[in-house]
Design a protein around this ligand. Structure first.
Ligand SMILES: [Cu+2]
Length: 340
C-alpha cells in the first residue's frame, strides 16, 4: 500500500488541466430566497485550469477589463405610445421613455479565456447552461453579475507548482457555505416579516442584503379596516419589483409580455409606469379603478426604476385583493384583506 502512495506522490503535479466548479447563486425557490453570492466565493486554481460556472438563478459571470464599467441589464428606449385604460381614459405616461434589456449586459462577449485587463461576460442566457472559462494567466480575477451589482466572486490563479487546497474540498466548503447562507436568509426574512406584521399596514416588496434577495411580499397577507392606507416599500438594493392589482387575465398577460421582452423591446408601459400620475399619493383603491380594478405601483426598487421606493394606497372597499409583482410573476404575490 505504501508503494501506491509513493507512486501517486511521484506523479507530476498538475499534469493535465483541472476543472473547478463554481455555483453562481442558488437559494430556496419555494421560500423565494435567491442567493446573490458565488459558492465558493473564492476559488484557487492552477494556471491553465478551467472553471465551470453553474448558474442557479438569473445571474451573469462578468470579468471587467481595465476601466470597464459593469454593463447594465436595462436601458432606456424611445417614447412609449399613448394608451387608454379599460374605462377609456388615457394613461398619464404617453411619451415617457420605454425601458428594455441592454444587449451589452445580456449577450455573451469576450470569448472564454479570462486574461488580465480584458472583459469576459457570459451574458444572461434564457436557459442558463453552465459556462466553462479558462484561465491561462496567473493573477486574481474578480467577477461580477450584471443583474446583481453587489454580487462578487474571485478566481485566484497561481503558478502550476504552487500547493492549493484540492478542488473538491474547495467545492465542499462552498456548498456548506451556501446551505448556511440559505438558513441565515430565511431567519432574516422571518424576523423582518414578524416586525412588519407588528407594525401593521406596511408591506416590504422584496427584501434582501448583499447576500440574498427575498422575492416575496413581507408579510404575504395584510388585513386592514376600510379606509386604511397601506404603505408599500421597495427596500431591495439589487432588484426591482411592482405591486400590481387587477383581474387575473390582465396580470397574466403582463407577466407573459414582460418575459417576452428582449433587447430593444420595452416592458409594457402599463407595467413600467404607475397607473396613476405621480403626486397622487396616497392612491385610493376601490377595487374597480381604471374600469377593471387595475392599479400599479410601476417598477420600483434598484436604479433606474422609474417609480419611488414608497407607494401608499388607501383601501376603501371591503374585500380581498391579490396583487402580483409582474417582474417575478405569481410566485411573488400578496393579498390585502379589507374588512368593514
Ligand atoms: Cu419582484
Amino acid at each position: 500500500m505504501a508503494g501506491v502512495g509513493l507512486i501517486a506522490l511521484a506523479a507530476p503535479v498538475a499534469a493535465s488541466a483541472a476543472t473547478a466548479t463554481v455555483v453562481v447563486g442558488g437559494g430556496d425557490m419555494k421560500a423565494g430566497i435567491m442567493l446573490t453570492a458565488n459558492y465558493p466565493a473564492v476559488t484557487t486554481i492552477h494556471q491553465g485550469d478551467k472553471v465551470r460556472f453553474v448558474f442557479a438563478g438569473f445571474h451573469t459571470v462578468t470579468f471587467l477589463g481595465k476601466g470597464a464599467k459593469l454593463p447594465s441589464l436595462v436601458t432606456l428606449l424611445g417614447p412609449v405610445p399613448a394608451a387608454n385604460d379599460a374605462a377609456g381614459q388615457p394613461f398619464w405616461w404617453a411619451g415617457r421613455r420605454g425601458v428594455g434589456l441592454d444587449p451589452r449586459g445580456l449577450i455573451p462577449s469576450g470569448g472564454t479565456a479570462v486574461r488580465r485587463g480584458r472583459t469576459v461576460n457570459t451574458g444572461f442566457p434564457h436557459t442558463p447552461k453552465p459556462v466553462t472559462l479558462s484561465f491561462p494567466e496567473t493573477g486574481t480575477f474578480v467577477f461580477r453579475c450584471v443583474q446583481h451589482p453587489l454580487m462578487r466572486g474571485v478566481i485566484r490563479v497561481v503558478p502550476k507548482e504552487a500547493a492549493i487546497t484540492p478542488l473538491n474540498a474547495q467545492m465542499g466548503a462552498g456548498m456548506a457555505r451556501q446551505r448556511a447562507d440559505i438558513v441565515a436568509a430565511k431567519k432574516k426574512v422571518a424576523r423582518a416579516t414578524a416586525m412588519l406584521a407588528r407594525k401593521g399596514a406596511t408591506v416590504d416588496v422584496g427584501y434582501g442584503d448583499r447576500t440574498f434577495d427575498a422575492e416575496s411580499m413581507l408579510p404575504r397577507t395584510v388585513t386592514v379596516g376600510a379606509g386604511t392606507t397601506v404603505t408599500f416599500r421597495f427596500p431591495d438594493a439589487q432588484e426591482t419589483h411592482t405591486v400590481t392589482f387587477g383581474p387575473d387575465a390582465l396580470i397574466d398577460g403582463f407577466v407573459k409580455a414582460f418575459e417576452a421582452a428582449g433587447p430593444g423591446v420595452s416592458a409594457p408601459p402599463e407595467v413600467l409606469y404607475a397607473s396613476d400620475a405621480p403626486g397622487a399619493m396616497p392612491v385610493v383603491y376601490t377595487g374597480t379603478n381604471h374600469g377593471n380594478g387595475f392599479l400599479n405601483s410601476g417598477i420600483a426598487g434598484a436604479a433606474p426604476a422609474p417609480s419611488p421606493k414608497t407607494w401608499r394606497v388607501t383601501f376603501t372597499t371591503p374585500g380581498s385583493y391579490t396583487y402580483v409583482c409582474i417582474i417575478h410573476g405569481r410566485m411573488m404575490s400578496g393579498t390585502i384583506v379589507v374588512t368593514a
